[in-house]
Ligand binder design. Structure first.
Ligand code: PLP
Length: 450
């Protein structure tokens, strides 16, 4: 069978429980830079880095060689009996880049695990401090922090929770600073609106009951790369400090140069108490996530429980951390974060010029090499399309048929309705490739909504 990009589809045996069950998928055979190829020679521009993962592009020989060298030396050791060089190197490199005080790191495979471990870290810290009543987490809606049970509980995505509701935990929520759909007053002055909402929430829960507040510094797919109003995180930092609430920056999607600075909290001008990375830090060469914490907090745990009470088999495994070191080396050696910031300005401008005014496009948002394009039935009222039209899926499919991979998201308008696609190419993309990306996206939108 062939899809409209001419590709042979679906592995013949078909025993994999695929992510989509309603259509066959092409078999990706190899990649090079921003391009993915199948065996029939069809090519797709990876406009979303897969799921925001392939930060240093496909087929990156320098990264592969460096990982192979490390694994040739050591495959795995038990983290209670050994440490190892790749893991020590990665932690040291991240500590040197991180905001002050975030000088310890531990590693997991997925963003969901890292988010969950960061929340457990906060909970244990309060327990060890003799404040076990601090048992509540505040997150934002819309948001996404992962799919394991507690990470999903903390995610402001009602439609993901319908089936699993009975298995989930209570997590308090405040609104996300989602400018296009915010009911805050004039945007430049909106920081205090959100700070007041957070303070009211903390007071309603109990002034000494909240353990942590978790937020993405720039919102990923759940609100189309929405940027907070100026001063938002400074204002929320003040509120958190007033009530002793620990702030977690979830940079699983927006970290590692994606939004023009290595960490997204740098551009948003605040210093979190914990910072979570995933996706781009392993670049797709290994499943790798990281939690950065303060050694002052670790010292408190050491003096009380004796250690952080959280362990998984592959924590600190060289096969994960060697990939992180190789990716950081590549970023440094080739000045990739500075390059991404520069070409990110081009991407943002081109999207606004070429895509922003197309029929059915309500909004373009983002920073650096992360952008969201939101579709609306009515530009004036910002009314979303009915879900039955599946606009985000249709645009994604049309783009795919034109040789471009983008990432769809739905439900951001009211928990059910809302259609957008995310653009997040590898950080190594060139300006010419950005032009190809934008031209294909514009054509795909025109196919569906023109
Ligand atoms: N946090 C954010 C902001 C994410 O975007 C994601 C995944 O998309 C996660 C956490 C969960 O990461 P993973 O899918 O690797 O478990």
């Amino acid at each position: 069978m062939a899809d409209s990009n001419g590709s042979t589809v679906q592995w013949p045996d078909g025993h994999v429980l695929l992510r989509v069950l309603d259509r066959p998928l092409p078999v990706a055979a190899r990649g090079e830079g921003v391009w993915i190829y199948d065996d029939a020679g069809n090519a797709w521009l990876d406009g979303s880095s897969g799921a925001f993962v392939t930060s240093v592009g496909h087929g990156n020989r320098e990264v592969v060689t460096s990982i192979a060298d490390a694994l040739g030396r050591l495959a795995y050791v038990n983290g209670t009996q050994f440490t190892n060089r790749p893991t020590e190197d990665l932690a040291a490199r991240l500590a040197a880049l991180a905001p002050p005080g975030l000088d310890k790191a531990f590693f997991l495979a997925s963003g969901s695990e890292a988010v969950e471990a960061s929340l457990k870290f906060c909970r244990q810290l309060w327990y060890d401090r003799g404040q076990p009543q601090r048992d509540t987490v505040i997150a934002r809606t819309p948001s996404y922090h992962g799919n394991t049970l507690y990470a999903l509980s903390a995610s402001g995505r009602p439609h993901y929770k319908t089936v699993y509701g009975p298995l989930l935990s209570d997590v308090a929520t405040v609104s996300s600073p989602y400018e296009y759909r915010s009911n805050a007053p004039a945007w430049p002055g909106a920081a205090s609106f959100y700070a007041d909402e957070l303070e009211a929430k903390i007071r309603a829960i109990g002034e000494d009951r909240v353990a942590a507040f978790i937020a993405e510094p720039i919102i990923g797919s759940s609100a189309g790369a929405a940027l907070p109003p100026p001063g938002y995180f400074a204002a929320l930092r003040e509120v958190c400090d007033r009530y002793g609430v620990l702030m977690i920056a979830d940079e699983v999607l927006v970290g590692v140069g994606r939004t023009g600075t290595f960490f997204a909290c740098e551009s948003q001008g605040f210093e979190p108490d914990l910072l979570v990375l995933g996706k781009g830090i392993g670049g797709g060469y290994a499943a790798l996530s990281a939690v950065l914490v303060k050694s002052t907090h670790v010292e408190e745990m050491k003096a009380s429980s004796g250690k952080f009470m959280h362990a998984q088999t592959y924590m600190q495994a060289p096969m994960m951390t060697a990939a992180g070191v190789a990716v950081l080396d590549y970023l440094d050696r080739h000045g990739v974060v500075a390059h991404a910031a520069e070409v990110g300005v081009t991407l943002q401008a081109r999207l606004r010029e070429r895509v922003g005014r197309l029929p059915g496009v309500g909004n373009v948002s983002g920073r650096g090499l992360l952008a969201g394009v939101e579709f609306v039935a009515d530009r004036a009222t910002r009314a979303p399309f009915e879900r039955s039209r599946k606009v985000a899926e249709a645009v994604t499919r049309a783009a795919f048929d034109r040789g471009l991979v983008v990432w769809p998201n739905v439900g951001q308008a009211d928990g059910t309705r809302g259609d957008l696609v995310m653009i997040a190419p590898p950080l190594t993309i060139t300006r010419d490739e950005i032009d190809t990306l934008v031209a294909r996206l514009a054509a795909a939108i025109d196919d569906v909504l023109g």
